[in-house]
Design a protein around this ligand. Sequence first.
Ligand code: NCD
Ligand code: ZN
Length: 340
Amino acid sequence: MKEIVLKDPLDMHLHLREGEMLKNIIEYTTSQFAGAVVMPNLNIPITTTELALQYREEIASGSKYKRFKPFLTLYITESMNEEELKHARSKGVKILKLYPKGATTNSQDGLNEIFTPHMLKICQIAQDMGFILSIHGETNGFSLDREYEFGKIFAKLAQDFPKLKIIIEHMSDHRSIELLETYPNIYATLTLHHITMTLDDMLGGGLKAHRFCKPILKTPKDRDMLLDLAINAHPKVSFGSDSAPHLEKNKLKDNASAGIFSAPMILCALATLFEKHNKLENLQAFISDNAKKIYNINDLDPKEVRLQKKHCWVPSQIKLIQNNIIPFNAGSLLEWTQII
Ligand code: NCD
Ligand code: ZN
């Protein structure tokens, strides 16, 4: 039977949450990935090194895959300072996450404005200390133009801080691709949902709240151009699932939570997708090699994941004590199965 081996898979944008939720979902990722960039937007956001270290403990004790490496991120607030950044760096935290205030889940402590003297100082220190700056790049304008409108901010930051690596998280708009091509220090992560779906998959028929995420799904042109970057493993993009679980009741209520829980069997889903486009040979670069270069990752415990050409199904739901979580493409058939 046909097999492929993926070495050191990395998920460069992941929400592991906390408490009971974390315990119930973490192994969907740790069973597949050697490491992941773990987002800091918890109920109490990870704004200090102390909180990051506690979170690292919670992650380590939450999973039986002890070799899994979480790359922690620090949430940028108005009160972040140089001392905190030094402390973070000394403890191995090297990614800062910028949320515009109100842009997404738990972004209420994010920044109202980007070009303040405070933020410029943070960027200068981040550049000097070798941090990577990951940005949820959306304005509060019209939904379909939010990422595009934020493009000016990416461009200015990239010009003003040419040695600072800046990541356009979950790139969703084809108009952002130009930023990758123009600025040597701009990179991007791509999700499975933005490279396979459009707005119509969420609301073209009945409303599918489980496909509601930030940034919102966009047009066929956006999807196709982003898919092209992924399946050709463009060297400036890496895979970041943005797997973001929410309880079913919170996805179905008024003012529903944004986020797609895509972690279960996501490597099999990616293999199915890449094979469909005759690009299976580029999967390794997309899910690991590019990220290792962009983020200078050289301290992983090696992991080999073996996939076999055999059908498997995405689980239809994950049961928690109080409620369920519904995964991305719940119950659908995949062409590949993970065997180790
Ligand atoms: C994420 C979440 O739920 O934490 N939601 C989402 O729609 N992607 C946050 C984020 O990355 O925007
Ligand atoms: Zn996210």
